[in-house]
Ligand binder design. Sequence first.
Ligand code: UD1
Length: 416
Amino acid sequence: MDKLIIEGGVPLTGSIDISGSKNAALPILFAAILSGEPVRLCNIPNLRDIHTTLSLLNLLGCPCEYDEGRVTVTPGELLPEAPYDMVRTMRASVLCLGPLLARIGQARVALPGGCAIGARPVDQHLKGLELMGARFELEQGYILGRCRKLHGARITFDMPTVGGTENLLMAAALAEGDTVLENAAREPEVTDLANFLIACGARIEGQGTSRIYVSGINSLRGVEYSVMPDRIEAGTFLAAAGLTGGELLLRGCPVNELESVILKLRDMGMDIDVLPDGVLAKCARPLRCVDVKTEPYPGFPTDMQAQIMALMCLAEGAGVVEERIFENRFMHVLELVRMGADIRISGHTALVRGVRRLTGAPVMASDLRASASLVLAGLAAGGTTEIRRIYHLDRGYEKIEAKLARVGARIRREKE
Ligand code: UD1
């Protein structure tokens, strides 16, 4: 297992290219199952979750290979089974459910268990697919789904779920008749998936709003499509500029999709300018704490909660961070406290009081974004921070230590 060693205290300066979005690439790869023709994708980040998805697509009968950011998925004889070993390591595997039911009328997908950031059920995915004509049984830890031909339906989600909206969008694209998704997730990654499906010939309207209309068609054609840039990776690097008092130009940064994050960072005192060649983030003065509440898009993203909390650890004053999307998403807090942060948790909120300095320490990564917050804290801390279990980081950040080292960070990877 690898670990990261960081010698903190260096202001980061220079430019960083933002990679393709993991959370947009995953559903789009699964959506390739729907097409009867080869699909060529580019701007696919080189990440562990992407390779897990490609292995799963191969198992499901869609041969595909990764080549420097490009993936071609070729349609083949589809098989219905997503085994536990895959779903266990990547919850997003459940996104094959809708496409498999739409294409072959059956799917056997391991039920994702609880995971580090809360229970995260898939009841909304199943409820929607049932309204479209699928029947489900639970068999030895597997969801066994069957249907004749999915039909359109009016589906109202109990909460805006990103994965649920994506699964239903994919199923509805090939269903018979019209589907309306109400209280749909508005996240840019859902919009990117809809745009991909539209490029394949699907009839979809309203993506990016909470009501999406889909008019089912019989088949989708092949297409070449470039995945959107990763707004969470970009947000993480903006926070890195703030924490180290540096100046970073993020090339290919998705500005509109990051608006809620940019506004909060400006509130904290960072200078963030949108330039023709990217977003320039500077931080020369002491930052101040703000209150942050995570919400569905266009609110502040839960996937940036841990990173902004790391930034607040070294800001002036105090601020409250409220996590409204996932229970149990404060695992980074105890590790930050081990580095000298002053944070108190009470239920879904954390009170952060800024301190003058953080000190390096051995810490343990617990999930993807928690790991990112520890990297950020390590970059700003005095002395050496050693982050263990960084396989979480490798699930979602492409070449993070190379990108950071190029802008001056003293960071290296070692075998544990
Ligand atoms: C996706 C993102 C993840 C991000 C999250 C919220 C991917 C691969 N992952 O996860 O990085 O943190 O959106 O922006 O894109 N829920 C239910 N029942 C369901 C589905 C969801 O109760 O059937 C609840 C969840 O427990 C959670 C909330 O709804 O409390 C939102 O979850 P959801 O939007 O579905 O998250 P994911 O799609 O799993």
